[in-house]
Design a protein around this ligand. Structure first.
Ligand SMILES: Nc1ncnc2c1ncn2[C@@H]1O[C@H](COP(=O)(O)OP(=O)(O)OP(=O)(O)O)[C@@H](O)[C@H]1O
Ligand SMILES: Cc1ncc(COP(=O)(O)O)c(N)n1
Length: 271
């Protein structure tokens, strides 16, 4: 008898070196044993030294991908990644309203860790107005938290207030990822503001490495995979944090500079 597979979708850009974007999402889905699908919004020409060109898919093509996938499949959860501009955001938001694709994980991809811009400056408002109210969970990093809230967020108190502001804008759960830019720090703590108004902390040791391309994508993809299985937000975030940590702790030695993380290692250690 055929087993019904759990389908998880990434709506994202592809990064040609496989470290981030759609490829990292699909590696993560595979490792967490859900069936992964990829709806392509953009493609970037990148390697471990940077991103050198990018192309955005035509909105009509993005629309077609939504239609053909929903004609044929029942999607249990999705995550968003690189959305590039306000036209793509409008198309994605309209389709998230039109089709029931299960749980929605919003990863606000604005800029890579090395300063390449992946979302137009005039697109933040559309992100806040059109996508935030649809999110089951949003996963901003330190830079994205300040951009989206317009607040300076240095202390834990300030991070809590920032999370509350994002929740008021419509995201049910808000995961404020911790800073990891101080070589002397010993831990990285991500703070979740859950739907019930409670704060939860997820802490792992800090790993001092430059090989962290794709960490944000991986974390949000694993959250989507676990939500697709019907697990709770807290259990999904915990698995994603553990998985991402193991993937950073056992890097794959490819490329000369800012290398990828290792989804094989994480697969072994979080089963
Ligand atoms: N050096 C590190 N040591 C330990 N944990 C880390 C490190 N870097 C990132 N993490 C963890 O990886 C996860 C992803 O967070 P991160 O802040 O890297 O996302 P991001 O900046 O959005 O990533 P990206 O730029 O790849 O999208 C978080 O759980 C974070 O705590
Ligand atoms: C196409 C694409 N999407 C997203 C990211 C960010 O990746 P991350 O922030 O997880 O390193 C990237 N570098 N390329």
């Amino acid at each position: 008898m055929m087993k019904k597979e759990i389908i998880t979708l990434t709506i994202a850009g592809n990064d040609s070196d496989g470290s981030a974007g759609m490829t990292a999402d699909l590696h993560s889905f595979y490792a967490r044993q859900v069936y992964g699908m990829g709806l392509l919004t953009a493609a970037v020409a990148g390697n471990t030294t940077g991103i050198y060109a990018q192309e955005v898919m035509p909105v009509s093509f993005i629309q077609k991908q939504f239609d053909v996938l929903n004609d044929d499949f029942k999607i249990a959860a999705l995550k968003t990644g690189m959305l590039a501009n306000k036209e793509v955001i409008a198309c994605v938001a309209a389709n998230l309203r039109k089709y029931d694709m299960g749980k929605i994980v919003l990863d606000p991809v604005i800029m890579t860790k090395h300063g390449d811009t992946l979302l137009d400056d005039d697109a933040y408002q559309a992100f806040l107005d059109d996508l935030m109210p649809l999110a089951d969970i949003i996963t901003p990093n330190f830079y994205e938290q300040q951009k989206l809230t317009g607040m300076q967020l240095d202390t834990k108190e300030e991070i809590h207030r920032g999370a509350e502001k994002l929740q008021k804008m419509g995201a049910k759960n808000v995961l404020m990822k911790g800073r990891h830019d101080n070589a002397a720090q010993s831990e990285v703590t991500d703070i979740l503001l859950a739907e019930d108004g409670q704060f939860y902390e997820f802490t792992k040791p800090f790993i001092n490495t430059e090989r962290i391309n794709g960490t944000g994508d991986t974390l949000s993809a694993v959250i989507a995979a676990e939500l697709a299985k019907g697990r709770s937000i807290i259990a999904s975030v915990q698995t994603a944090k553990d998985f991402t940590y193991e993937a950073i702790a056992h890097p794959i030695e490819v490329g000369s500079k800012y290398g990828p993380i290792n989804h094989f290692a994480a697969q072994e250690d979080t089963k």
